[in-house]
Design a protein around this ligand. Structure first.
Ligand code: 8YV
Length: 316
Protein backbone atom coordinates (compact mmCIF):
# COMPACT_ATOMS: atom_id res chain seq x y z
CA UNK A 1 0.00 0.00 0.00
CA UNK A 2 2.96 2.33 -0.58
CA UNK A 3 1.21 4.97 -2.59
CA UNK A 4 -1.92 5.51 -0.50
CA UNK A 5 -1.97 9.19 0.36
CA UNK A 6 -2.50 9.95 4.04
CA UNK A 7 -3.09 13.27 5.75
CA UNK A 8 -1.47 13.47 9.18
CA UNK A 9 -3.26 16.14 11.20
CA UNK A 10 -0.93 16.38 14.21
CA UNK A 11 2.51 15.16 15.29
CA UNK A 12 3.14 11.63 16.61
CA UNK A 13 6.18 10.12 18.32
CA UNK A 14 8.99 9.26 15.88
CA UNK A 15 8.29 5.52 15.92
CA UNK A 16 4.70 6.10 14.73
CA UNK A 17 5.74 8.57 12.07
CA UNK A 18 8.37 6.10 10.81
CA UNK A 19 5.78 3.31 10.52
CA UNK A 20 3.31 5.55 8.71
CA UNK A 21 6.07 6.78 6.38
CA UNK A 22 7.01 3.19 5.56
CA UNK A 23 3.49 2.32 4.44
CA UNK A 24 1.83 5.49 3.16
CA UNK A 25 2.62 8.67 1.30
CA UNK A 26 2.26 10.89 4.36
CA UNK A 27 1.35 14.58 4.11
CA UNK A 28 2.12 16.43 7.33
CA UNK A 29 -0.79 18.84 7.37
CA UNK A 30 0.34 20.39 10.67
CA UNK A 31 3.60 21.51 9.05
CA UNK A 32 1.91 23.27 6.12
CA UNK A 33 2.27 27.04 6.35
CA UNK A 34 -0.75 27.62 4.10
CA UNK A 35 -3.30 24.88 4.83
CA UNK A 36 -5.85 26.07 2.27
CA UNK A 37 -3.22 26.00 -0.46
CA UNK A 38 -2.07 22.60 0.78
CA UNK A 39 -5.60 21.18 0.51
CA UNK A 40 -6.12 22.77 -2.90
CA UNK A 41 -2.90 21.12 -4.09
CA UNK A 42 -3.13 17.67 -2.46
CA UNK A 43 -6.68 17.26 -1.10
CA UNK A 44 -8.00 15.41 -4.15
CA UNK A 45 -5.62 12.46 -3.63
CA UNK A 46 -5.98 11.91 0.12
CA UNK A 47 -7.66 8.61 1.08
CA UNK A 48 -6.90 8.48 4.81
CA UNK A 49 -6.61 10.82 7.77
CA UNK A 50 -4.52 10.03 10.84
CA UNK A 51 -5.45 12.48 13.59
CA UNK A 52 -5.37 12.89 17.36
CA UNK A 53 -8.24 12.87 19.85
CA UNK A 54 -8.22 16.60 20.49
CA UNK A 55 -7.60 17.56 16.84
CA UNK A 56 -10.16 15.35 15.11
CA UNK A 57 -11.35 16.26 11.62
CA UNK A 58 -14.07 18.85 11.06
CA UNK A 59 -16.61 19.08 8.25
CA UNK A 60 -14.53 21.60 6.28
CA UNK A 61 -11.52 19.29 6.24
CA UNK A 62 -13.60 16.23 5.35
CA UNK A 63 -15.30 18.17 2.53
CA UNK A 64 -11.92 19.16 1.09
CA UNK A 65 -10.97 15.48 0.67
CA UNK A 66 -13.27 13.92 -1.96
CA UNK A 67 -11.51 10.51 -1.92
CA UNK A 68 -11.38 10.19 1.86
CA UNK A 69 -12.22 6.65 3.09
CA UNK A 70 -11.07 6.48 6.71
CA UNK A 71 -10.26 8.70 9.70
CA UNK A 72 -8.06 6.96 12.27
CA UNK A 73 -8.02 8.74 15.64
CA UNK A 74 -5.09 8.44 18.06
CA UNK A 75 -7.20 8.71 21.20
CA UNK A 76 -10.37 7.30 22.68
CA UNK A 77 -12.33 10.56 22.28
CA UNK A 78 -13.64 11.26 18.80
CA UNK A 79 -15.79 14.28 19.67
CA UNK A 80 -13.61 16.48 17.43
CA UNK A 81 -14.43 14.35 14.39
CA UNK A 82 -17.57 15.46 12.56
CA UNK A 83 -19.27 12.07 12.61
CA UNK A 84 -22.30 13.31 10.69
CA UNK A 85 -20.07 14.49 7.83
CA UNK A 86 -18.23 11.15 7.86
CA UNK A 87 -21.46 9.14 7.96
CA UNK A 88 -22.95 11.05 5.01
CA UNK A 89 -20.04 9.90 2.85
CA UNK A 90 -19.64 6.39 4.30
CA UNK A 91 -16.22 7.32 5.69
CA UNK A 92 -14.98 4.91 8.35
CA UNK A 93 -13.84 6.29 11.73
CA UNK A 94 -11.70 4.44 14.29
CA UNK A 95 -10.30 5.31 17.73
CA UNK A 96 -7.97 3.75 20.32
CA UNK A 97 -10.16 2.59 23.22
CA UNK A 98 -9.09 0.43 26.19
CA UNK A 99 -5.32 0.75 25.71
CA UNK A 100 -5.23 4.13 27.47
CA UNK A 101 -7.93 3.61 30.11
CA UNK A 102 -5.68 2.75 33.04
CA UNK A 103 -3.13 5.48 32.30
CA UNK A 104 -5.85 8.11 32.32
CA UNK A 105 -7.21 6.75 35.60
CA UNK A 106 -3.70 6.73 37.09
CA UNK A 107 -3.16 10.37 36.20
CA UNK A 108 -6.59 11.40 37.51
CA UNK A 109 -5.72 9.88 40.89
CA UNK A 110 -2.21 11.35 40.80
CA UNK A 111 -3.72 14.80 40.16
CA UNK A 112 -6.11 14.41 43.09
CA UNK A 113 -3.28 13.37 45.41
CA UNK A 114 -0.87 16.03 44.18
CA UNK A 115 -3.42 18.80 44.50
CA UNK A 116 -4.88 17.74 47.86
CA UNK A 117 -1.49 17.15 49.46
CA UNK A 118 0.11 20.24 47.90
CA UNK A 119 2.86 18.14 46.30
CA UNK A 120 3.90 20.78 43.74
CA UNK A 121 4.09 23.62 46.26
CA UNK A 122 5.82 21.40 48.83
CA UNK A 123 8.42 20.36 46.28
CA UNK A 124 9.13 24.02 45.55
CA UNK A 125 9.29 24.71 49.30
CA UNK A 126 11.99 22.07 49.80
CA UNK A 127 13.94 22.89 46.63
CA UNK A 128 13.98 26.66 47.07
CA UNK A 129 15.27 26.65 50.62
CA UNK A 130 11.97 27.97 52.02
CA UNK A 131 11.89 24.95 54.32
CA UNK A 132 15.13 26.02 56.01
CA UNK A 133 14.28 29.75 55.82
CA UNK A 134 10.61 29.77 56.70
CA UNK A 135 9.94 26.49 58.49
CA UNK A 136 7.39 23.77 57.85
CA UNK A 137 5.18 23.78 54.76
CA UNK A 138 1.47 24.60 55.18
CA UNK A 139 -0.80 21.78 56.29
CA UNK A 140 -2.70 20.08 53.48
CA UNK A 141 -5.93 18.16 53.09
CA UNK A 142 -6.52 14.47 53.80
CA UNK A 143 -7.55 12.23 50.89
CA UNK A 144 -8.29 8.75 52.24
CA UNK A 145 -11.76 8.13 53.59
CA UNK A 146 -13.27 11.13 51.77
CA UNK A 147 -16.25 11.12 49.38
CA UNK A 148 -15.60 10.79 45.66
CA UNK A 149 -18.05 11.41 42.84
CA UNK A 150 -17.42 9.96 39.37
CA UNK A 151 -19.27 11.70 36.58
CA UNK A 152 -19.42 9.08 33.82
CA UNK A 153 -18.79 5.45 34.75
CA UNK A 154 -17.34 4.28 31.43
CA UNK A 155 -14.02 2.44 31.30
CA UNK A 156 -11.99 5.37 32.67
CA UNK A 157 -14.50 6.27 35.40
CA UNK A 158 -14.61 2.64 36.46
CA UNK A 159 -10.82 2.44 36.75
CA UNK A 160 -10.73 5.70 38.73
CA UNK A 161 -13.37 4.34 41.13
CA UNK A 162 -11.51 1.05 41.55
CA UNK A 163 -8.34 2.94 42.47
CA UNK A 164 -10.18 5.22 44.92
CA UNK A 165 -11.60 2.18 46.69
CA UNK A 166 -7.99 1.52 47.72
CA UNK A 167 -8.04 4.88 49.51
CA UNK A 168 -11.11 3.80 51.52
CA UNK A 169 -13.17 6.48 49.82
CA UNK A 170 -16.96 6.53 49.71
CA UNK A 171 -17.77 6.28 46.02
CA UNK A 172 -20.80 7.54 44.12
CA UNK A 173 -21.30 7.94 40.39
CA UNK A 174 -23.56 9.50 37.81
CA UNK A 175 -24.30 8.03 34.43
CA UNK A 176 -27.37 7.57 32.25
CA UNK A 177 -28.41 4.53 34.28
CA UNK A 178 -27.00 2.38 37.09
CA UNK A 179 -24.12 0.21 35.86
CA UNK A 180 -23.91 -3.50 36.51
CA UNK A 181 -20.13 -3.37 36.70
CA UNK A 182 -20.29 -0.92 39.64
CA UNK A 183 -19.35 -2.42 43.00
CA UNK A 184 -22.27 -2.82 45.37
CA UNK A 185 -20.99 -0.12 47.66
CA UNK A 186 -20.80 2.49 44.86
CA UNK A 187 -23.93 4.59 45.03
CA UNK A 188 -25.73 5.65 41.85
CA UNK A 189 -26.77 9.33 41.91
CA UNK A 190 -28.46 10.32 38.66
CA UNK A 191 -28.27 14.10 39.04
CA UNK A 192 -24.78 15.67 38.64
CA UNK A 193 -25.69 18.49 41.08
CA UNK A 194 -26.69 15.94 43.74
CA UNK A 195 -23.50 13.99 43.01
CA UNK A 196 -21.39 17.14 43.47
CA UNK A 197 -23.21 17.98 46.72
CA UNK A 198 -22.18 14.69 48.28
CA UNK A 199 -18.59 14.76 46.96
CA UNK A 200 -15.28 16.09 48.25
CA UNK A 201 -13.62 15.15 44.94
CA UNK A 202 -15.59 15.17 41.68
CA UNK A 203 -13.96 13.37 38.73
CA UNK A 204 -15.18 14.16 35.22
CA UNK A 205 -14.65 11.04 33.12
CA UNK A 206 -17.47 11.38 30.58
CA UNK A 207 -17.07 10.94 26.85
CA UNK A 208 -17.77 14.42 25.45
CA UNK A 209 -20.58 15.12 23.00
CA UNK A 210 -22.97 17.95 22.17
CA UNK A 211 -25.29 16.60 24.92
CA UNK A 212 -22.64 16.70 27.64
CA UNK A 213 -21.43 20.23 26.82
CA UNK A 214 -21.14 22.21 30.08
CA UNK A 215 -22.74 19.38 32.07
CA UNK A 216 -20.51 20.71 34.83
CA UNK A 217 -21.93 24.20 35.03
CA UNK A 218 -22.24 26.80 37.76
CA UNK A 219 -24.72 24.73 39.80
CA UNK A 220 -22.55 21.62 39.87
CA UNK A 221 -19.46 23.68 40.71
CA UNK A 222 -21.22 25.52 43.52
CA UNK A 223 -22.63 22.26 44.87
CA UNK A 224 -19.08 20.90 45.11
CA UNK A 225 -18.29 23.99 47.15
CA UNK A 226 -15.37 25.76 48.84
CA UNK A 227 -13.93 22.51 50.25
CA UNK A 228 -14.45 20.54 47.03
CA UNK A 229 -12.08 19.65 44.21
CA UNK A 230 -12.93 19.14 40.55
CA UNK A 231 -10.69 16.83 38.51
CA UNK A 232 -11.13 16.75 34.71
CA UNK A 233 -9.43 14.16 32.49
CA UNK A 234 -12.14 14.11 29.79
CA UNK A 235 -12.70 17.15 27.57
CA UNK A 236 -12.84 20.84 28.42
CA UNK A 237 -16.26 21.09 26.78
CA UNK A 238 -17.78 19.04 29.62
CA UNK A 239 -17.14 22.00 31.95
CA UNK A 240 -18.26 25.61 31.74
CA UNK A 241 -14.72 26.97 31.99
CA UNK A 242 -15.81 30.55 32.68
CA UNK A 243 -17.97 29.39 35.59
CA UNK A 244 -15.06 27.28 36.82
CA UNK A 245 -12.61 30.20 36.70
CA UNK A 246 -15.12 32.48 38.46
CA UNK A 247 -15.59 29.90 41.23
CA UNK A 248 -11.86 29.27 41.65
CA UNK A 249 -11.22 33.02 41.85
CA UNK A 250 -14.01 33.70 44.34
CA UNK A 251 -13.39 30.61 46.47
CA UNK A 252 -16.85 29.20 45.67
CA UNK A 253 -14.88 26.12 44.57
CA UNK A 254 -11.93 24.98 46.65
CA UNK A 255 -9.63 23.58 43.97
CA UNK A 256 -9.34 21.99 40.57
CA UNK A 257 -6.94 19.68 38.77
CA UNK A 258 -7.27 19.86 34.99
CA UNK A 259 -5.70 18.01 32.07
CA UNK A 260 -7.86 19.64 29.36
CA UNK A 261 -8.71 23.23 28.45
CA UNK A 262 -10.83 25.27 26.09
CA UNK A 263 -8.61 26.38 23.20
CA UNK A 264 -5.71 24.17 24.34
CA UNK A 265 -2.75 24.36 24.13
CA UNK A 266 -3.44 28.07 24.70
CA UNK A 267 -4.79 28.47 28.21
CA UNK A 268 -7.02 31.24 29.48
CA UNK A 269 -4.51 33.55 31.24
CA UNK A 270 -6.82 33.61 34.28
CA UNK A 271 -5.53 30.09 35.11
CA UNK A 272 -1.98 31.38 35.46
CA UNK A 273 -2.92 33.69 38.32
CA UNK A 274 -4.60 30.99 40.43
CA UNK A 275 -2.83 28.95 43.09
CA UNK A 276 -5.76 26.57 43.70
CA UNK A 277 -5.56 24.84 40.34
CA UNK A 278 -3.19 22.13 39.12
CA UNK A 279 -2.58 22.27 35.37
CA UNK A 280 -1.52 19.37 33.15
CA UNK A 281 -0.82 19.58 29.37
CA UNK A 282 -3.45 17.04 28.15
CA UNK A 283 -1.14 14.22 29.04
CA UNK A 284 -3.25 11.60 30.78
CA UNK A 285 -2.48 8.96 28.14
CA UNK A 286 1.09 10.20 27.77
CA UNK A 287 3.22 7.20 28.77
CA UNK A 288 5.59 5.50 26.35
CA UNK A 289 3.80 2.16 26.74
CA UNK A 290 0.31 3.51 26.11
CA UNK A 291 1.30 5.85 23.31
CA UNK A 292 3.02 2.91 21.57
CA UNK A 293 -0.18 0.88 21.86
CA UNK A 294 -2.25 3.82 20.58
CA UNK A 295 0.04 4.36 17.58
CA UNK A 296 -0.08 0.66 16.76
CA UNK A 297 -3.89 0.74 16.79
CA UNK A 298 -4.00 3.81 14.56
CA UNK A 299 -1.84 1.94 12.08
CA UNK A 300 -3.66 -1.40 12.48
CA UNK A 301 -6.99 0.25 11.70
CA UNK A 302 -5.58 1.95 8.59
CA UNK A 303 -3.88 -1.15 7.32
CA UNK A 304 -6.95 -3.35 7.98
CA UNK A 305 -9.09 -0.91 6.02
CA UNK A 306 -6.84 -0.84 2.98
CA UNK A 307 -6.40 -4.62 3.09
CA UNK A 308 -10.19 -5.11 3.19
CA UNK A 309 -10.06 -6.68 6.68
CA UNK A 310 -12.45 -5.85 9.57
CA UNK A 311 -11.38 -2.78 11.51
CA UNK A 312 -9.97 -3.60 14.99
CA UNK A 313 -11.64 -0.66 16.78
CA UNK A 314 -14.29 1.00 14.62
CA UNK A 315 -16.43 3.93 15.73
CA UNK A 316 -18.23 4.17 12.37
C1 8YV B 1 -5.04 12.40 23.05
C2 8YV B 1 -7.16 11.98 24.08
O1 8YV B 1 -5.48 11.80 21.93
O2 8YV B 1 -7.70 9.69 24.12
C3 8YV B 1 -8.10 10.83 23.95
O3 8YV B 1 -9.27 11.09 23.64
O4 8YV B 1 -7.55 13.08 24.09
C4 8YV B 1 -5.70 11.77 24.23
O5 8YV B 1 -5.31 10.47 24.44
C5 8YV B 1 -3.57 12.32 23.16
O6 8YV B 1 -3.19 13.31 24.02
C6 8YV B 1 -2.85 12.51 21.86
O7 8YV B 1 -3.03 13.76 21.35
Amino acid sequence: MTQIELLQVGAYPDWDEARLDAHFRVHRYFEASDRAAFLAGHGAEIRAIATRGELGADRALISALPKLEIISVYGVGYDAVDLAAARERGIRVTNTPDVLTKDVADLAVAMMLAQARGVIGAERWARSGDWARRGAFRLTSQVHGKRAGILGLGGIGFEVARRLAGFDMEIAYSSRSPKEKAAESWRFVADPVALAERSDFLFVTLAASAETRHIVGRRVIEALGPQGMLINVSRASNIDETALLDALESGALGAAALDVFEGEPNLDPRFGALDNVLLQPHHASGTVETRKAMGQLVFDNLSAHFAGRPLPTPVL
